[in-house]
Design a protein around this ligand. Sequence first.
Ligand code: DGJ
Length: 728
Amino acid sequence: MSIIYSPETKQFQLNTNKTSYVMQVQKDRLQHLYWGARLPDKDHAFMRRDHYHSSFNANDEVNDFGFSLDVMRMEYPCYGRGEMRPSAFEMTHPEGSSIADPVYIGHQITAGKEVPKGLPSCYAESEAECETLEILLEDKPSSVVLHLFYCVFEAYNAIVRFVRVENKGQQNVVINKLLSASLDLDVSDLEMISNYGAWARERNIERHKIFHGTQEIFSRRGASSHTHNPFLILCDPSATESVGDVYGMTLVYSGSFEGTVYLDSFEQTRMAIGLQHEGFAWQLAPGEMLDSPEAVLVYSHNGLGGLSDDYHRLFRERLCRGIYRDQRRPVLLNCWEACYFNFDEEKIVSIAKEAAQMGVELIVVDDGWFGKRDQDNCSLGDWTPNPKKLPGGVKGLAEKVRAAGCELGIWFEPEMISPDSDLYRAHPEWVLSIPGRPRSLGRWQMILDLSRKDVQDYLFDSIASVIGEGNISYVKWDFNRNFSEVGSALLSANQQGEVAHRYYLGLYALLERLNRAFPQVLFESCSGGGGRFDAGLLPYMPQAWTSDNTDAIKRLWIQYGSSFVYPLSSMSAHVSICPNHQTGETSPFQTRVLTALTGSFGFELNPFDLNKEEKEEFAAAVSLYKELGDLLCKGRYHRLSDPDKKNYAAWNYQSVDEREIFAVAVCHHSVVNGGPERFRLFGLKKGYVYQSKTDGHIYSAEELTQYGLQLPYPMKERQAAFWHLKAI
Ligand code: DGJ
């Protein structure tokens, strides 16, 4: 049993293999006592801080001056009754007030996993794998009930939280804020790790000491965004990759979000994540319920590496689904950088023939195959093949590509519509828009209103028909602009604050239908690269195009930052041509290959642009990827060098049976006349002896862990090296 409740102390203790999470009901309020390394199952009430209160603060009606909501470590704080710190939940009552004061009214513990309705979620494969605690809190005067769910994945060291709000009263209320998780840690000396970025430079890691007050990451862009990613980490100042307390929260959602850290004046740290509340206003009629997205909470006593390891395993094995979950992904060649809009059937087929000879398994036709689209200003929405480019349609192309030895994949940007499209001419009302205001364009396009069932049906039929016609085995699902004028023609005026979230409920419903109809199709998400690289899309699309920046050196940071939470199998990484199309830089072929081997591997180039030697390297890289297979798809990954701190990045993978190691180092800038460098491997099993497949050298696990591997000397800028070791 991973969830224990003591009726005497009113304490809940949630245990995973390595962690404990403790809450207590005190004076009907649910307070947080502890989240950290595993504790014995006992009374932990001494962890409360009953002996102080906040001067000036409102006290409860019990008139107990030792009890104040403003200093209590709250599990789900609400505004209006004395809690003055950032809240997790806000609602507006019919009389106009926005107070919420939920008190404990009961709980239940059940085997298995509860899921939020209509939203992506982690899952348990058996009831024994997960236990769920549901705590009920009620705002008595309004009869609005909050169901706090805690799904405990014991073997994954993870707690998945979400909140269901239910209106049991007689009148409508408006939900203005519904975060997925919030908790107050009894510690102040922490550092926050989050990320920032932009198109082609996503997920840069930033770490800083927290200050008194609020620090926030967020997106109001209608997508999780390039700007910040929906994960938050707090850690000891001394935490490294392998030691130290680390607390993580990741949101399983793809739309706008907020993640907050608040250090209060009594040295307690609030950490919260959930839906973006600005602009959010959800009408909840009597009898109705609304679920928040899930937040996945992971604590590690073994530093950042331990945290990433737990996230990777959970996301890979209990968030991703479908036949590709446990399979090496096909080696693909995407034609975007090879052709951009300039292609036809003949060109694609010739690329397929050439690529197939070097081991490529899948050819992806990117943007430009449909409507009259020869540039990015038209035809989104008209998902019928351009007869000039594809005279035999998708079917004809697929047959020829298959005859050449590859499967066919195809690009869609389903959520968008071009003003210059037959679809827009027929259905201008299908666009997100606000009456009387201009409809802004981004990349010449507008956004379809996916909250509408007719739009979802149109997209399902269009995509299904192309997949069926070509027997397509892969879809790249792109999304290339942020939201603006978020309004829906079908919803009433007082429901317009629901549109952004209803959009995502619609998108997830559409993806669910497509997954069910085409279980054999591998879907890959993309949003100008990594603009919607989040846990919310992983159940439907187990990999994402990590960034439009394919420069191997720039990718070091992007992939490093992504790896804090997301498994390598979810990061699509391709070898591209040089000079690189984004940076103009040139890197050795091996460097491009080794960097791309940190994810689901492929190419983004025209093989006819390669010389003979590069073609041989290309084929060798494909063979290596196929040989490494499960090691990359399911193995454990360890970051060994932070590219911001060293002039090289290094990492290693370890097979599930711990007998195979693949280590990589890439120098991103050379140090003239510098000292020789070495890096230590991580996670090896004591007593094992490994032989290098490259040069036959024999190393003990202890040597590799304590001393490490020496980098080539001198290591040139943009040079990479690898070590493939097998236990003997
Ligand atoms: C943005 C994507 O990130 C690119 O890979 C490519 O698919 C273009 N869109 C096509 O318009």
